[in-house]
Design a protein around this ligand. Structure first.
Ligand code: GRF
Length: 194
């Protein structure tokens, strides 16, 4: 295919979605490269995973009173690395219009609900409280409106009678790890078709 898609990842924590994408790249099922990983938390396990895979990784200081400072530094690193798409993988900060405009239409996010249901924090808890029988995850493009950009792909899971927030989150996470690489393939295909 020779798509040679360069990805930049923003992650705040565990990094399992990032790891799932990297696994598919290494397995040859996703024709891409993670050119850089950036975290707002120096202790994020995602940084260690990146180092273990030889991925250029940076922890940048995050000041909630000056969010643009982080975003400018991150944006410069992403541009220098030639990233085509920016993948938010458990990045727990809200991006400002500055960053969203700088990379307009090129930022992806994954959310553990079937959007437009259960936006924002604790979507698995929201799903249990609403009593829905099906939930899942959504990969979407990031726009100014929280969790409301164009949907690329969704994956469903059943909500079971005895589910807790943890058991439902774990079932959804398995789907997240499939859906994120799939969303990137969908975008690549769209780009190829022009
Ligand atoms: C995932 O459930 C993701 O959907 C949400 O935060 C979690 C991040 O997990 N936005 P990980 O850091 O990718 O393991």
């Amino acid at each position: 295919m020779g798509l040679n898609t360069k990805l930049g990842v923003l992650a705040s924590g565990r990094g399992s979605n990032f790891q799932a994408i990297q696994k598919e790249i290494e397995a040859g099922t996703l024709d891409a490269e993670i050119a850089v990983l950036i975290s707002d938390r120096a202790q994020a396990p995602a940084l260690e995973i990146a180092a273990a895979h030889g991925i250029d990784a940076h922890a940048l200081p995050y000041d909630k009173n000056n969010r643009e400072a982080f975003e400018r530094a991150a944006g410069d690193l992403l541009e220098q690395a030639g990233c085509e798409w920016i993948v938010l993988a458990g990045f727990m900060r809200i991006l400002t219009p500055y960053f969203i405009n700088r990379f307009a239409g090129r930022i992806l996010n994954i959310h553990p609900s079937l959007l437009p249901d259960f936006k924002g924090l604790h979507p698995q808890r929201q799903a249990l409280e609403a009593g829905v029988k099906t939930s899942g995850c959504t990969v979407h493009l990031v726009t100014q409106d929280l969790d409301a950009g164009p949907i690329i792909t969704q994956s469903e899971v059943p909500v079971l009678e005895n589910d807790t927030e943890e058991t439902l989150a774990a079932r959804i996470l398995v789907q997240e790890h499939r859906a994120y690489p799939e969303a990137i393939r969908i975008l690549q295909k769209k780009r190829e078709e022009g």
